[in-house]
Design a protein around this ligand. Structure first.
Ligand SMILES: CSC[C@H]1O[C@H](OP(=O)(O)O)[C@H](O)[C@@H]1O
Length: 349
């Protein structure tokens, strides 16, 4: 089950806001619907946001072929609408930059719109295939850090529902148990306010036969104090070149707790999640989402009208609290800066 799939000039996607009780696939030829799906987390997860935005750009290009006179100016508008969906996951901008390189080159050469569409679809497909390969490598390398009998705490969802294939944090768990036969128990933080852990991670892991216990976010410290957790693996939405990492809100508190309880704290992410243009986490934009996500759960109002709400969707974990960063280029241990810059040199060669 792929969370998004290009089905020949249309995108099929799983509406993740309806999981775990409803598996609803939607199909669209409209890039505007893809933008809305990313904004509303029907499609979510840093790598999947990048892949989906790339296909969304392709849908815009196909629509643009009916506007022969302003095909390329229209693409510019499609690009900016997709870029405006969510600010933190760098994969969105990394993917759209790759697509922009293709259509700007085509524009310079006065390439016909139909030919440009073909090249864009080819690039989006390549982005998806590369993510699948990166996932697989991260899963294999991450599994080498997992021992038989480990009890691993996860946060939010960094699994196959957030990526092109295996997932990142959950990919390591899948590989360790399903490929290497290691017995693992997972504790999944429910991850308020949108409950990606309870609704998505537990859904994925139990479908794959991995023993999973869902806990409220405020229970993680007690589980660590009781000695129930011996490893923490999370995903990422943007990593600075010094290793500071943006991930779902609540990740930073887990990293502090992990240090206090002397528990290894791993980040798993592809290099497409590294922002080579920034040096530290304070430069990462943090998405502030709608207060309604906290004020209401479905039709229940759980916060009185007069109370104000803050709803940052991500936080920044300093590199000093991270045991290692698992990438497809290798497992990086502190100090991260030079290792991340050497990855930049390697992939930009
Ligand atoms: C494999 S990256 C997944 C990453 O994205 C999630 O955020 P969201 O559900 O808001 O897209 C979360 O931060 C995960 O770690």
């Amino acid at each position: 089950m792929k969370p998004v799939e290009w089905i020949g000039n249309a995108l099929r996607y799983l509406d993740q806001t309806l999981l775990p009780t409803q598996e609803v696939f939607r199909e669209t030829t409209d890039f505007r619907e893809v933008a809305e799906a990313i904004k509303s987390l029907r499609i979510r997860g840093a790598p999947l946001i990048g892949i989906s935005a790339a296909y969304g750009l392709c849908l815009g290009a196909l629509e643009g072929t009916t506007r022969q006179n302003d095909f390329y100016p229209f693409l510019e508008r499609v690009d900016s609408i997709l870029r405006s969906t969510r600010p933190t996951a760098v994969n969105l901008f990394w993917a759209l930059d790759r697509m922009k390189k293709i259509w700007q080159e085509a524009q310079k050469n006065a390439t016909l719109p139909e030919e440009t569409c073909s090249r864009l679809i080819e690039e989006a497909t390549t982005i998806e295939r590369e993510d699948e390969a990166m996932n697989r490598k991260i899963a294999e390398l991450g599994a080498s850090l997992i021992q038989d009998g480990d009890v691993i705490l996860t946060h939010c969802n960094a699994g196959a529902l957030a990526c092109g294939a295996w997932g990142t944090a959950l990919g390591a768990i899948y590989w360790a148990q399903l490929k290497e036969g290691k017995k693992i128990q997972v504790y999944a933080d429910e991850t308020r306010p949108l409950l990606q852990g309870a609704r998505l991670t537990a859904y994925e892991l139990t479908r794959n036969g991995i023993p999973t216990r869902v806990i409220c976010d405020n229970m993680a410290a007690f589980m660590m104090q009781q000695g129930k957790i011996n490893k923490i693996i999370v995903g990422a939405d943007r990593i600075a070149t010094n290793g500071d990492t943006a991930n779902k809100i609540g990740t930073y508190s887990l990293a502090v707790l992990a240090r206090y309880h002397n528990i290894p704290f791993y980040v798993a992410a592809p290099t497409s999640t590294i922002d080579f243009e920034i040096v530290e986490g304070s430069q990462i934009p943090i998405e502030e989402r709608n207060a309604a996500e906290i004020k209401y759960w479905k039709e229940h109002q759980i916060v009185p009208e007069k109370a104000e709400v803050e709803n940052p969707a991500f936080d920044i974990t300093p590199n000093t609290l991270i045991t290692a960063i698992i990438t497809e280029q290798g497992i990086l241990y502190p100090p991260f800066q030079e290792k991340i810059l050497s990855i930049r040199r390697k992939i930009e060669r």
